[in-house]
Design a protein around this ligand. Structure first.
Ligand SMILES: [Zn+2]
Length: 99
């Protein structure tokens, strides 16, 4: 690996570690402080975008891309299977995502 690629791999690693911690924190804070969860999602997204690190599908499916809500399935997001596709509905802004 070139030096540049090595550095990028290092940055990606750090960013993903922080994203993981922010999503963990969002999960913990959700029951009592939902708005904090949304803030953690916002921070994680900004961080990933700033460093151009792609968030995996697992993270992308955990928040609303429209209003930024952190999803807890069954609480503020509806998950249904339709035509062999997973459909996630945000119960706050009713935005649909299909996977
Ligand atoms: Zn939403």
């Amino acid at each position: 690996m070139s030096r540049r690629r090595k550095r990028k791999a290092f940055i990606n690693d750090i960013v993903l570690q922080r994203v993981e911690r922010l999503f963990d924190a969002a999960f913990v804070e959700f029951p009592a402080h939902t708005q904090r969860s949304d803030r953690y999602v916002e921070l994680a997204r900004k961080l990933a975008m700033k460093h151009r690190v792609p968030l995996g599908k697992t993270y992308k499916m955990r928040f609303c891309r429209s209003c930024g809500a952190y999803f807890v399935y069954g609480t503020n997001a509806r998950v249904r299977i339709k035509d062999k596709r997973t459909v996630i509905t945000c119960l706050r802004c009713h935005d649909l995502r299909r996977y």
